[in-house]
Design a protein around this ligand. Structure first.
Ligand code: NAP
Length: 235
Protein backbone atom coordinates (compact mmCIF):
# COMPACT_ATOMS: atom_id res chain seq x y z
CA UNK A 1 0.00 0.00 0.00
CA UNK A 2 2.96 2.34 0.54
CA UNK A 3 4.49 4.67 -2.06
CA UNK A 4 1.14 5.86 -3.32
CA UNK A 5 0.57 9.48 -4.31
CA UNK A 6 -2.60 10.77 -2.67
CA UNK A 7 -4.09 14.18 -3.48
CA UNK A 8 -6.45 15.64 -0.87
CA UNK A 9 -8.43 18.84 -1.48
CA UNK A 10 -9.56 20.91 1.49
CA UNK A 11 -6.53 19.64 3.40
CA UNK A 12 -5.99 22.68 5.62
CA UNK A 13 -8.88 22.02 8.01
CA UNK A 14 -11.59 19.64 9.10
CA UNK A 15 -12.00 16.30 7.41
CA UNK A 16 -9.32 17.05 4.80
CA UNK A 17 -6.73 17.67 7.49
CA UNK A 18 -7.70 14.47 9.33
CA UNK A 19 -7.41 12.56 6.04
CA UNK A 20 -3.96 14.07 5.52
CA UNK A 21 -2.87 12.85 8.95
CA UNK A 22 -4.36 9.40 8.31
CA UNK A 23 -2.65 8.90 4.95
CA UNK A 24 0.63 10.35 6.23
CA UNK A 25 0.63 7.55 8.81
CA UNK A 26 0.49 5.14 5.88
CA UNK A 27 3.64 6.73 4.43
CA UNK A 28 1.98 7.92 1.25
CA UNK A 29 3.28 10.89 -0.71
CA UNK A 30 0.65 13.58 -0.14
CA UNK A 31 -0.35 16.50 -2.32
CA UNK A 32 -2.31 18.79 -0.03
CA UNK A 33 -4.55 21.46 -1.53
CA UNK A 34 -6.24 24.51 0.03
CA UNK A 35 -6.20 28.30 -0.23
CA UNK A 36 -4.61 29.14 3.11
CA UNK A 37 -0.86 28.83 2.73
CA UNK A 38 -0.04 29.27 6.40
CA UNK A 39 -2.34 26.45 7.55
CA UNK A 40 -1.03 24.18 4.78
CA UNK A 41 2.57 25.01 5.66
CA UNK A 42 2.05 24.20 9.35
CA UNK A 43 0.36 20.92 8.49
CA UNK A 44 3.00 20.01 5.90
CA UNK A 45 5.77 20.66 8.42
CA UNK A 46 4.20 18.49 11.09
CA UNK A 47 3.48 15.63 8.64
CA UNK A 48 6.93 15.81 7.04
CA UNK A 49 8.40 15.14 10.50
CA UNK A 50 6.91 11.63 10.16
CA UNK A 51 9.30 11.07 7.25
CA UNK A 52 6.62 11.44 4.60
CA UNK A 53 6.95 13.39 1.34
CA UNK A 54 4.46 16.27 1.42
CA UNK A 55 3.68 18.66 -1.41
CA UNK A 56 1.51 21.55 -0.20
CA UNK A 57 -0.24 23.34 -3.07
CA UNK A 58 -1.96 26.66 -2.50
CA UNK A 59 -4.92 26.85 -4.84
CA UNK A 60 -8.40 28.30 -5.09
CA UNK A 61 -10.26 25.41 -6.66
CA UNK A 62 -12.95 27.72 -8.01
CA UNK A 63 -10.42 29.54 -10.24
CA UNK A 64 -9.92 27.63 -13.52
CA UNK A 65 -6.28 28.77 -13.90
CA UNK A 66 -5.50 27.47 -10.40
CA UNK A 67 -7.07 24.10 -11.26
CA UNK A 68 -4.95 23.89 -14.40
CA UNK A 69 -1.79 24.79 -12.42
CA UNK A 70 -2.61 22.01 -9.98
CA UNK A 71 -3.24 19.48 -12.76
CA UNK A 72 0.01 20.47 -14.50
CA UNK A 73 1.97 20.02 -11.27
CA UNK A 74 0.47 16.55 -10.71
CA UNK A 75 1.16 15.61 -14.35
CA UNK A 76 4.80 16.71 -13.93
CA UNK A 77 4.99 14.54 -10.81
CA UNK A 78 3.77 11.74 -13.09
CA UNK A 79 1.76 9.65 -10.66
CA UNK A 80 -1.61 9.84 -8.96
CA UNK A 81 -3.07 6.87 -7.13
CA UNK A 82 -5.80 8.40 -4.98
CA UNK A 83 -7.80 11.60 -5.44
CA UNK A 84 -9.90 12.67 -2.46
CA UNK A 85 -12.23 15.57 -3.21
CA UNK A 86 -13.00 16.82 0.29
CA UNK A 87 -13.13 20.63 -0.14
CA UNK A 88 -16.70 21.84 0.18
CA UNK A 89 -18.81 24.54 1.70
CA UNK A 90 -22.41 25.23 2.65
CA UNK A 91 -24.56 27.61 4.66
CA UNK A 92 -27.34 26.60 7.02
CA UNK A 93 -30.05 29.21 6.56
CA UNK A 94 -33.42 29.66 4.84
CA UNK A 95 -33.32 29.67 1.06
CA UNK A 96 -34.68 33.21 0.77
CA UNK A 97 -31.89 34.52 2.99
CA UNK A 98 -29.18 33.11 0.73
CA UNK A 99 -27.59 35.54 -1.68
CA UNK A 100 -27.00 34.51 -5.27
CA UNK A 101 -23.30 34.96 -4.59
CA UNK A 102 -23.59 32.26 -1.91
CA UNK A 103 -25.38 29.96 -4.39
CA UNK A 104 -22.49 30.43 -6.80
CA UNK A 105 -19.87 29.84 -4.09
CA UNK A 106 -21.50 26.53 -3.17
CA UNK A 107 -21.99 25.33 -6.73
CA UNK A 108 -18.57 26.52 -7.93
CA UNK A 109 -16.68 24.64 -5.22
CA UNK A 110 -18.85 21.62 -4.46
CA UNK A 111 -19.82 20.82 -8.05
CA UNK A 112 -17.86 22.60 -10.79
CA UNK A 113 -14.42 22.42 -9.17
CA UNK A 114 -14.88 18.77 -8.18
CA UNK A 115 -15.97 17.78 -11.68
CA UNK A 116 -13.30 19.79 -13.48
CA UNK A 117 -10.46 18.63 -11.22
CA UNK A 118 -11.55 15.02 -11.62
CA UNK A 119 -11.60 15.37 -15.40
CA UNK A 120 -8.14 16.95 -15.42
CA UNK A 121 -6.64 14.18 -13.27
CA UNK A 122 -8.36 11.00 -14.47
CA UNK A 123 -6.03 10.69 -17.51
CA UNK A 124 -3.14 10.11 -15.08
CA UNK A 125 -5.03 7.11 -13.72
CA UNK A 126 -6.25 5.65 -17.02
CA UNK A 127 -2.61 5.43 -18.19
CA UNK A 128 -1.90 3.00 -15.33
CA UNK A 129 -5.33 1.30 -15.37
CA UNK A 130 -5.52 1.89 -11.64
CA UNK A 131 -6.47 4.56 -9.16
CA UNK A 132 -9.19 5.53 -6.74
CA UNK A 133 -11.40 8.62 -6.68
CA UNK A 134 -13.14 9.36 -3.38
CA UNK A 135 -15.77 12.10 -3.40
CA UNK A 136 -16.96 13.49 -0.08
CA UNK A 137 -20.65 14.20 -0.40
CA UNK A 138 -23.11 14.40 2.50
CA UNK A 139 -26.13 12.60 3.92
CA UNK A 140 -28.17 15.61 2.68
CA UNK A 141 -27.15 14.48 -0.81
CA UNK A 142 -29.43 11.51 -0.17
CA UNK A 143 -31.98 12.81 2.39
CA UNK A 144 -32.25 16.62 2.23
CA UNK A 145 -32.98 18.74 5.29
CA UNK A 146 -34.60 22.19 5.42
CA UNK A 147 -32.43 25.32 5.22
CA UNK A 148 -29.77 23.67 3.08
CA UNK A 149 -31.51 23.64 -0.29
CA UNK A 150 -28.63 24.73 -2.51
CA UNK A 151 -26.06 22.73 -0.52
CA UNK A 152 -28.31 19.65 -0.79
CA UNK A 153 -28.66 20.28 -4.53
CA UNK A 154 -24.89 20.45 -4.85
CA UNK A 155 -24.44 17.15 -3.02
CA UNK A 156 -27.17 15.46 -5.12
CA UNK A 157 -25.07 16.56 -8.10
CA UNK A 158 -21.93 15.07 -6.55
CA UNK A 159 -23.80 11.81 -5.95
CA UNK A 160 -25.14 11.58 -9.52
CA UNK A 161 -21.75 12.48 -10.97
CA UNK A 162 -19.87 9.98 -8.79
CA UNK A 163 -22.21 7.01 -9.28
CA UNK A 164 -22.30 7.49 -13.05
CA UNK A 165 -18.55 8.00 -13.30
CA UNK A 166 -17.99 4.85 -11.25
CA UNK A 167 -19.70 2.80 -13.96
CA UNK A 168 -17.69 4.48 -16.70
CA UNK A 169 -14.30 4.13 -15.02
CA UNK A 170 -14.66 0.64 -13.55
CA UNK A 171 -13.82 -1.14 -16.84
CA UNK A 172 -10.68 1.02 -16.98
CA UNK A 173 -9.49 -0.28 -13.60
CA UNK A 174 -10.30 2.90 -11.68
CA UNK A 175 -12.36 2.74 -8.50
CA UNK A 176 -14.78 5.48 -7.47
CA UNK A 177 -16.30 5.80 -3.99
CA UNK A 178 -18.92 8.16 -2.62
CA UNK A 179 -18.91 9.07 1.08
CA UNK A 180 -22.08 10.50 2.65
CA UNK A 181 -21.24 11.66 6.17
CA UNK A 182 -23.73 13.00 8.66
CA UNK A 183 -22.70 15.88 10.93
CA UNK A 184 -18.91 16.08 11.38
CA UNK A 185 -17.20 17.93 14.21
CA UNK A 186 -15.42 20.50 12.01
CA UNK A 187 -15.52 24.27 11.57
CA UNK A 188 -18.04 23.85 8.73
CA UNK A 189 -20.93 26.34 8.78
CA UNK A 190 -19.16 28.63 11.25
CA UNK A 191 -19.29 26.00 13.98
CA UNK A 192 -16.30 25.44 16.21
CA UNK A 193 -14.10 22.45 15.52
CA UNK A 194 -13.62 20.14 18.47
CA UNK A 195 -16.73 21.38 20.23
CA UNK A 196 -19.13 18.45 19.77
CA UNK A 197 -19.51 15.09 21.46
CA UNK A 198 -18.94 11.95 19.33
CA UNK A 199 -22.51 10.89 20.00
CA UNK A 200 -23.75 13.96 18.13
CA UNK A 201 -21.15 14.42 15.45
CA UNK A 202 -18.62 12.27 13.64
CA UNK A 203 -15.05 12.84 14.74
CA UNK A 204 -12.86 13.75 11.74
CA UNK A 205 -10.15 11.28 12.83
CA UNK A 206 -12.62 8.37 13.02
CA UNK A 207 -14.16 9.24 9.67
CA UNK A 208 -10.72 9.58 8.07
CA UNK A 209 -9.85 6.11 9.40
CA UNK A 210 -12.99 4.70 7.81
CA UNK A 211 -12.24 6.38 4.48
CA UNK A 212 -8.74 4.96 4.51
CA UNK A 213 -10.30 1.50 4.92
CA UNK A 214 -12.40 2.22 1.83
CA UNK A 215 -9.23 3.10 -0.10
CA UNK A 216 -7.30 0.13 1.29
CA UNK A 217 -9.76 -2.55 0.21
CA UNK A 218 -8.19 -5.36 -1.82
CA UNK A 219 -8.00 -4.67 -5.57
CA UNK A 220 -10.92 -7.01 -6.31
CA UNK A 221 -13.31 -5.24 -3.89
CA UNK A 222 -15.01 -1.82 -4.00
CA UNK A 223 -16.98 0.20 -1.46
CA UNK A 224 -19.02 2.22 -3.93
CA UNK A 225 -21.08 4.26 -1.46
CA UNK A 226 -20.85 4.70 2.28
CA UNK A 227 -23.22 6.63 4.55
CA UNK A 228 -22.12 7.25 8.14
CA UNK A 229 -23.95 8.98 10.99
CA UNK A 230 -23.26 9.70 14.64
CA UNK A 231 -25.66 7.61 16.66
CA UNK A 232 -27.42 10.66 18.12
CA UNK A 233 -28.20 12.31 14.79
CA UNK A 234 -31.81 12.26 13.66
CA UNK A 235 -31.74 11.55 9.91
P1 NAP B 1 -14.19 22.69 6.60
O1 NAP B 1 -13.67 22.35 7.94
O2 NAP B 1 -14.91 23.98 6.39
O3 NAP B 1 -12.95 22.62 5.58
C1 NAP B 1 -13.14 22.95 4.23
C2 NAP B 1 -11.81 22.81 3.51
O4 NAP B 1 -12.00 23.20 2.13
C3 NAP B 1 -10.74 23.73 4.09
O5 NAP B 1 -9.50 23.05 4.06
C4 NAP B 1 -10.70 24.90 3.11
O6 NAP B 1 -9.42 25.46 3.10
C5 NAP B 1 -11.02 24.20 1.78
N1 NAP B 1 -11.58 25.11 0.80
C6 NAP B 1 -12.70 25.88 0.93
N2 NAP B 1 -12.88 26.63 -0.16
C7 NAP B 1 -11.86 26.32 -1.01
C8 NAP B 1 -11.47 26.76 -2.31
N3 NAP B 1 -12.18 27.68 -2.97
N4 NAP B 1 -10.35 26.24 -2.87
C9 NAP B 1 -9.61 25.34 -2.20
N5 NAP B 1 -9.92 24.86 -0.99
C10 NAP B 1 -11.03 25.37 -0.40
O7 NAP B 1 -15.17 21.57 6.01
P2 NAP B 1 -15.35 20.02 6.44
O8 NAP B 1 -16.41 19.96 7.45
O9 NAP B 1 -14.04 19.40 6.66
O10 NAP B 1 -15.98 19.45 5.09
C11 NAP B 1 -15.28 18.55 4.26
C12 NAP B 1 -16.28 17.94 3.30
O11 NAP B 1 -17.26 17.20 4.05
C13 NAP B 1 -17.07 18.95 2.48
O12 NAP B 1 -17.23 18.47 1.16
C14 NAP B 1 -18.42 19.01 3.18
O13 NAP B 1 -19.45 19.39 2.31
C15 NAP B 1 -18.55 17.58 3.64
N6 NAP B 1 -19.45 17.36 4.78
C16 NAP B 1 -19.27 18.08 5.93
C17 NAP B 1 -20.13 17.84 7.02
C18 NAP B 1 -19.98 18.57 8.33
O14 NAP B 1 -20.89 18.47 9.18
N7 NAP B 1 -18.89 19.26 8.56
C19 NAP B 1 -21.15 16.89 6.90
C20 NAP B 1 -21.27 16.18 5.71
C21 NAP B 1 -20.42 16.43 4.66
P3 NAP B 1 -9.10 27.00 2.79
O15 NAP B 1 -10.17 27.82 3.46
O16 NAP B 1 -7.74 27.16 3.34
O17 NAP B 1 -9.13 27.11 1.31
Amino acid sequence: MANRTVLITGASRGLGRALSEEFANQKDHLILVARSGSELATLAESLASKGVQITPFICDLTIPEDLQRLADMVADHGQLDVLINSAGLGFYKPFLEHTQEEHDQILDLNVRALIHLTQLLVPLMTGNQSGHIVNISSDVGVNPIANMAVYSASKFAVRGFTLSLAKELRPLGIKTSLINPGIIDTAFNNSQEGSKEPEWSLQPKDLAGLISQVVNQPGYQLVDELTVHPLGQDY
